[in-house]
Design a protein around this ligand. Structure first.
Ligand SMILES: Nc1ncnc2c1ncn2[C@@H]1O[C@H](COP(=O)(O)OP(=O)(O)O)[C@@H](O)[C@H]1O
Ligand SMILES: [Mg+2]
Length: 505
C-alpha cells in the first residue's frame, strides 16, 4: 500500500480551507397570486422542486405540482380557505414526507401524518418521503410465503402470497371492504403489520371499521390512514402514497411483512382527476389525466418481497376498485387489473343469490398460485377449480335431472356441495387448519350424500369434534403445514362420525 506523507495531508487540508466559502443559507419566499379550489398559484419561487413542500403564512402546507416559467402551482394540504391571495409561501427544501415507524401502530392518521384519534401526539422519530422508487428486480425474491386472508374461497382458489399485489374488484356492496377488514383480522398473531388506507369514504364508516378492528384485537398491529370524502381532494390523492411510505419503513428498516389495503383506488383516481382538471392538465380518456396509469403503477410497484440480503421484508398490496354495474372494461379497472398480479372479482348476482363471499371463481385469478399455499392446502384443492367449473357448465341441466347420466349427476351434486362449503360469513376468518379440514371433506366426496342445507352446520360440528377429540389434527397442519396418509385416515373417520349424526337426526 502507498504511504501518505504528512506533506500530502497538509496540502489536502490547505486546498479544503481555500475552497471553503462561508455563505448564508437562503430560503426563498414567494407570494400567492391566486388561490381557490385547493390550488394555489405562487410567484417568486424559481427554485422550487416538483413534489417539494411549501408552507403558507397560515401554517398550512402545500405540495408543488406544476412548474411553469413564471409561476408554480401547489395543491393545498388542508382547508381551501386557509390560503388567500397575497399570502406568503415559503420553500421548505423538503420533499413531501410523512412520519413513519412503530409509534404509528394502533393509530388513525390523516394523509399528512396528523393523528385523527384521541390518543395524543404520534411521537414518531422518523420521516419518509411519500414517493420513492420501487425496489429493483435484483432486490426482490419470488413470492412464496402465504398471506392468509381467512376466507376459504380466497385461500383455496386465489391464494395470495406475501409481497403480491392482488386486486379486489366489484360493484358497491358486494363485500369488498369486508374482505379487506377480515384479512386484517386474520393476521392476528402472524407477525404482519397492517395498514388500511381509506380514500373518499364517510368518516362514520371509518370510525365503525376502527371499532371492529379494536374489538377483534387487530388495532395492536394496524394503522389506519384516512382521507375521507369530506377532506380536500389533495389529501385523498396523497393518502395511498403516505400509507405506502409507512409500509416501506416497516419493510426496509424493520424487515417486517406488511399488508396494505387501498380502499379504494377508484375514488383515488377521481380525486386525482379533479386535481388535474383544476391544474389545467390536459384531460384524456374519461377525462382522467394521461398519467393516471403511471400514478397507480408506481404506487403498486412498491409492493415487494425483498431478498434476504435486504432483510426479507415484504409489502403485500390489496387495492380495491369499485365498478359500475359490473363494467370491468372501464378505464381505471382495466388499468389496475393490468398492474396487479391477479384479481378477485365480486359479483352482485352471486351476492344477492346468497353466495357470500360473492367471489366469481371462474374469473378470479392469482398469478402466484400454489406457491402461496401450504402443502396441505395445495394437495386438497387440486381438483376444486375444475370441479366447480364442471358444475357451472352443467348446472343448467339440473332441471332435467332424471335424464342425466350418473357422472353428470355426481358433478352437479358435488358442485352444489362445494359452493356451499365455500360460503362464509364476514368477520369470521377461518384459520388455515380449519379450512383444510372442511375442504378435505368437500373435495373427497364425503359430503355428497349430505343435504345441501346441512353443510354449514356440519362444518361447525366438524370443527368442534376435532377440537374436542382430535386436536392433534389441527396441531399437525399448523406445525408441519402438511398432512398425509395416516392423518387423512384419522380425519376421514372423524368426518364420517360427524356425518352419522346428521343422517340419524
Ligand atoms: N361474507 C359475507 N357474509 C354476509 N354478509 C356480508 C359478507 N360480506 C359482506 N357482507 C355484508 O354486505 C354489506 C356490504 O359489504 P361491504 O364489504 O361494505 O361491501 P363493499 O365494500 O363492496 O361496498 C355489508 O353490510 C356486509 O356486512
Ligand atoms: Mg367498501
Amino acid at each position: 500500500m502507498k504511504e501518505i506523507t504528512p506533506e500530502q495531508i497538509a496540502s489536502i487540508i490547505k486546498t479544503k480551507i481555500d475552497e471553503f466559502a462561508p455563505g448564508v443559507k437562503t430560503r426563498e419566499i414567494g407570494t400567492v397570486l391566486e388561490s381557490g379550489d385547493g390550488i394555489a398559484h405562487i410567484s417568486g419561487l424559481p427554485n422550487a422542486m416538483a413534489s417539494e413542500m411549501v408552507q403558507f403564512s397560515s401554517g398550512t402546507y402545500g405540495l408543488v405540482f406544476n412548474l411553469e416559467i413564471d409561476e408554480i402551482t401547489a395543491i393545498v394540504l388542508g382547508a381551501h380557505t386557509s390560503v388567500k391571495e397575497g399570502d406568503t409561501a415559503k420553500l421548505t427544501g423538503h420533499l413531501m414526507s410523512v412520519p413513519v415507524g412503530p409509534e404509528l401502530i394502533g393509530r388513525i392518521i390523516n394523509s399528512v401524518g396528523e393523528p385523527m384519534d384521541e390518543k395524543g401526539p404520534l411521537n414518531a422519530r422518523k420521516f419518509r418521503p411519500i414517493e420513492s422508487p420501487a425496489p429493483a428486480v435484483i432486490d426482490r425474491q419470488p413470492v412464496n410465503v402465504p398471506l392468509q386472508t381467512g376466507y376459504k374461497s380466497i385461500d383455496a382458489l386465489v391464494p395470495i402470497g406475501r409481497g403480491q399485489r392482488e386486486l379486489i374488484i366489484g360493484d358497491r356492496s358486494t363485500g369488498k371492504s369486508s374482505i379487506a377488514i377480515d384479512s386484517i383480522i386474520n393476521q392476528k398473531g402472524k407477525d404482519v403489520i397492517c395498514i388500511y388506507v381509506a380514500i373518499g369514504q364517510k368518516d362514520a364508516n371509518v370510525v365503525q371499521l376502527a371499532e371492529k378492528l379494536e374489538e377483534a384485537g387487530a388495532m395492536d398491529y394496524t394503522i389506519i390512514v384516512n382521507a375521507s370524502a369530506s377532506d380536500a381532494g389533495s389529501l385523498q390523492y396523497l393518502a395511498p402514497f403516505s400509507g405506502c411510505a409507512i409500509a416501506e419503513e416497516f419493510m426496509y428498516a424493520h424487515n417486517k411483512d406488511v399488508l396494505i389495503l387501498y380502499d379504494d383506488l377508484t375514488k383515488h383516481a377521481d380525486a386525482y382527476r379533479m386535481l388535474s382538471l383544476l391544474l389545467r392538465r390536459p384531460p384524456g380518456r374519461e377525462a382522467y389525466p394521461g398519467d393516471v396509469f403511471y400514478l397507480h403503477a408506481r404506487l403498486l410497484e412498491r409492493a415487494a418481497k425483498l431478498n434476504d440480503t435486504l432483510g426479507g421484508g415484504s409489502i403485500t398490496a390489496l387495492p380495491i376498485i369499485e365498478t359500475q354495474v359490473g363494467d370491468i372494461s372501464a378505464y381505471i379497472p382495466t388499468n389496475v387489473i393490468s398492474i396487479t398480479d391477479g384479481q378477485i372479482f365480486l359479483s352482485t348476482d352471486l351476492f344477492n343469490s346468497g353466495i357470500r363471499p360473492a367471489i366469481n371463481v371462474g374469473t378470479s385469478v392469482s398469478r402466484v398460485g400454489g406457491q402461496a399455499q401450504i402443502k396441505a392446502m395445495r394437495r386438497i384443492v387440486g381438483n376444486l377449480r375444475i370441479n366447480l367449473a364442471q358444475y357451472r357448465e352443467k348446472e343448467s341441466f339440473s332441471i332435467v335431472a332424471s335424464e342425466l347420466d350418473k357422472e353428470t349427476k355426481l358433478q352437479i351434486t358435488r358442485g352444489k356441495i362445494l359452493v356451499e362449503v365455500l360460503k362464509q360469513k364476514n368477520y369470521l376468518p377461518l384459520p388455515v387448519e380449519n379450512q383444510v379440514a372442511i375442504l378435505y371433506a368437500g373435495t373427497k366426496g364425503f359430503l355428497d350424500t349430505l343435504p345441501v342445507d346441512k353443510v354449514q352446520s356440519f362444518e361447525t360440528k366438524l370443527f368442534t369434534e376435532i377440537e374436542h377429540n382430535a386436536p392433534e389434527i389441527f396441531e399437525k397442519i399448523r406445525k408441519d403445514k402438511d398432512f398425509d396418509g395416516l392423518w387423512e385416515e384419522t380425519l376421514g373417520k372423524l368426518i364420517l362420525k360427524v356425518k352419522e349424526q346428521f343422517v340419524t337426526e
